[in-house]
Design a protein. Structure first.
Lengths: 114, 253
């Protein structure tokens, strides 16, 4: 399960930022996980509960926003929502689309305690 | 001021009844919007630049365990022997078995044993590259840990990603593991010689792949009979000969 590795990367970033802003601790972390990112939100939450121990985010609440899969069609230009394993245009059905959102793994924001 | 505790008489206000109020804790929300895997991505970019600078085409072979990555590699090395200088980096949780098989064919191979990590990442590749002589190398195969899920998330800095799937795994692998097939540049369908003995709906397989990555070539091979190996080798030769720009990182696709 790679979600633990992702959590460790997250916490490294979070701690570095917390130190830069001279925070005493981190109260909350918001991340955005795309449906096509390869990361499972439930597993990320479980891994976070373990990985946060002993860090500045030891008591932090993790909020996971999920991002839907959206594609832009190369044929008709429409931007539509798509199935995670069916990246076809919702308007014209064409397969030639580009992913607009859905594979992101983002640290959106943090709540710091001074 | 305070007429309950008598402090105006004794002057011991703070000590007696009124605890010093703690300075209020200040909370602030800091917007960040940074990639969770920024550190891995930075390392991957470094790897990519390093490989490009040496003119090495790096191919990340990804598949479920047992799809035939190592056998495909062996067949490839046999076909390209003498024509190109090839190196291999193997990734497994345990054993040096795969690297040993490659070395037995006279090709240098370095084995990464991850212990428990279910995937390779850019830091592991960076470390491995210190043990690989890149000067004079044309082609570097990186055989990832057998896993359709975890390796997809980690850009290694490779030039191309190849998804290897065997007919024996069933035709629904692309639908079940979309992230891999979406970010791959080529799909190799292996063990096609077994299709007559399987319930493998190749039309469904192809349609499912097209709904994820319509322009990606699907190369049908059998490492056992040799079917399709020449087309796979031709794809490699064409890519090596015509020169290439490192395609975008997997997340740009």
């Amino acid at each position: 399960m790679h979600e633990l590795a992702v959590c460790q990367a997250l916490l490294n970033q979070v701690e570095a930022l917390a130190r830069r802003y001279e925070a005493q601790s981190v109260r909350g972390i918001t991340v955005r996980v795309g449906a096509l990112s390869g990361v499972v939100p439930e597993l990320l939450a479980q891994a976070f509960a373990i990985a946060r121990a002993g860090t500045l985010a030891g008591d932090a609440e993790l909020v996971i926003e999920t991002a839907p899969v959206r594609v832009r069609c190369a044929a008709c230009g429409a931007e539509t929502e798509a199935g995670v394993n069916r990246l076809v245009c919702g308007r014209c059905g064409n397969e030639h689309t580009r992913l607009v959102s859905g594979d992101e793994l983002l640290l959106v924001s943090m709540e710091l305690t001074a | 001021m305070c007429d309950h505790c008598g402090c105006n008489l004794t002057g011991t206000h703070e000590r007696m009844t009124h605890r010093q109020q703690e300075a209020p804790r200040r909370h602030r929300v800091l917007p960040v919007l940074a990639e969770l895997l920024a550190d891995n991505d930075r390392q991957a970019a470094h790897n990519r630049a390093h490989l490009d600078a040496h003119g090495v085409l790096a191919v990340n072979l990804m598949s479920a365990p047992g799809a035939g990555k190592t056998v495909l590699l062996e067949a490839t090395l046999e076909a390209l022997k003498g024509e190109f200088q090839i190196g291999v980096i193997e990734g497994d949780l345990e054993t040096e078995n795969d690297a040993a098989r490659i070395r037995a064919r006279g090709v240098p191979a370095y084995q990464i044993t991850t212990g428990t990590a279910c995937h390779l990442d850019a830091h592991m590749l960076h470390e491995a590259l210190h043990h690989v002589k890149l000067d004079g190398l044309d082609l570097l195969f990186i055989e990832n840990v057998g896993n359709l899920v975890c390796p997809v998330v980690f850009d290694l800095g490779e030039t191309y990603r190849v998804a290897v799937v065997s007919a024996a795994e069933g035709h629904d692998k692309p639908a079940k593991y979309p992230a891999l097939f979406r970010t791959a540049h080529v799909t190799v369908l292996n063990k096609v010689d077994l299709i007559p003995y399987l319930d493998f709906d190749e039309a469904q397989f192809t349609a499912d792949v097209r709904r994820l990555n319509p322009q990606m070539p699907i190369l049908r091979v059998s490492c056992r009979t040799g079917e399709g190996i020449s087309e796979w080798v031709q794809w490699l030769q064409k890519t090596l000969q015509t020169g290439y720009l490192s395609p975008q990182t997997p997340r740009d696709r």
